[in-house]
Design a protein around this ligand. Structure first.
Ligand code: ACO
Length: 328
């Protein structure tokens, strides 16, 4: 059995920016309301012709460069997204030639916003057993393509972006590893956060075109309650299994959905905000991309050092929640 480490990180965002003030012109909202309720000031949005897989490819190239690897060294591409380029084939396959990872098998993982942490755990299993040595785990979204711009309950929350990580086998003398990941889904909450149309239950028909069902719909209050409860539980579970205390954590990397959710979790777990990475104010909720992008920023700023104990925690549609404790 081998240990797993994060060898490289990268992120990419579209250039087009959409500030709260610009949204004030689109729906009945205000910069003040959005900032106070969510902590979001602005977000990025893909332009015409720009694809989710373009963002994923750009982030992956940066992660591979940091790892000192070529794309041909990658054995597996795990593309975590709930806004794929197409229903078929996997966005992982669409991205593969964009980076030239010709020796890899590529598939998607859809666990909504929780995707990247679940992807990290899947990659960990393949590394531990020796099946693969280098795996690209990408969390990437083009959520703006699934937004109802008439719905102020959702359109102010989301943004586009991609984070990529090279997950590799750790050498025997290295302390880097993934200690534990805990994940849980509750499909009874299927419909409190969903995109109803476009799948095989409600395929797109002429009659359905233009109806709200083709966009993201959410019961925000219910998601909020679930998120706080579930994340606190998952974090406690990984700490218990790994035999660490909250005080041992060097950095906390929570899903960047909403600053109030993060503050509520930190308060319950007694994690100081100074130990918590944030980018929700700049990019909004980029779903599966939040954890890998905010972590990449911290790595590139030199805040995270090798040997640091890092706790990732996330939740998303499903509803699914997950936490992972790693030694960087
Ligand atoms: N601008 C102005 N007013 C708004 C807006 C807006 N953009 N959106 C909603 N409102 C109104 C509502 O219509 C409501 O008005 P009413 O009382 O007249 O009906 C009022 O504001 C209050 O609505 P609440 O739902 O009570 O507001 P709340 O304080 O709960 O904040 C929010 C809403 C931000 C969505 C919050 O519930 C939340 O953050 N929930 C978590 C959802 C989340 O983070 N989802 C994304 C994560 S999901 C994922 O990552 C997979």
């Amino acid at each position: 059995m081998y240990n797993t480490k994060i060898l490289g990180t990268g992120s990419a965002f579209p250039e087009q920016e959409l500030s709260n003030h610009e949204l004030e012109k689109v729906v009945d909202t205000s910069d003040e309301w959005i900032r106070e309720r969510t902590g979001i000031l602005t977000r990025r949005k893909v332009s015409e012709g720009e694809e989710n897989s373009d963002l994923g490819a750009a982030a992956s190239k940066k992660a591979l460069e940091m790892a000192g690897l070529s794309a041909e060294d990658v054995g597996l591409i795990l593309y975590c997204t709930n806004t794929p380029d197409k229903i078929l084939p996997a966005t992982a396959c669409i991205m593969q030639p964009k980076i030239g990872a010709k020796n890899a098998v590529a598939f998607d993982l859809n666990a909504a916003c929780a995707g990247w942490v679940l992807g990290l755990s899947v990659a960990d299993q393949f590394i531990r057993t020796g099946a693969y040595k280098n795996i690209l785990v990408i969390g990437a979204e083009a959520l703006s393509r699934f937004i109802n711009w008439n719905d102020r309950n959702t359109c102010v929350l989301f943004g586009d972006g991609a984070g990529a990580t090279v997950i590799s086998r750790a050498e025997k003398n290295e302390e880097s590893r993934i200690y534990s990941t805990k994940m849980l889904s509750d499909g009874n909450y299927e419909s409190i956060l969903d995109i109803r149309f476009g799948g095989s239950r409600f395929p797109v028909t002429e009659e359905r075109l233009g109806q709200p069902g083709q966009y993201i719909a959410m019961n925000g209050r219910e998601v909020f309650k679930f998120a706080v409860r579930a994340l606190v539980d998952r974090c406690c579970e990984v700490l218990k299994e790994s035999d660490y205390m909250v005080d041992d954590i060097t950095w906390f990397v929570p899903h960047q959905a909403n600053i109030r959710i993060i503050e509520a979790i930190n308060k319950k777990l007694e994690i100081p905000m100074e130990k918590t990475f944030l980018n929700v104010h700049k990019y909004g909720n980029t779903s599966a991309a939040t954890c890998p992008t905010v972590f990449d920023e911290a790595v590139r700023e030199g805040r995270v050092q090798r040997g640091d104990l890092v706790l990732f925690a996330t939740f998303g549609g499903g509803l699914t929640s997950a936490a992972s404790l790693i030694r960087f």
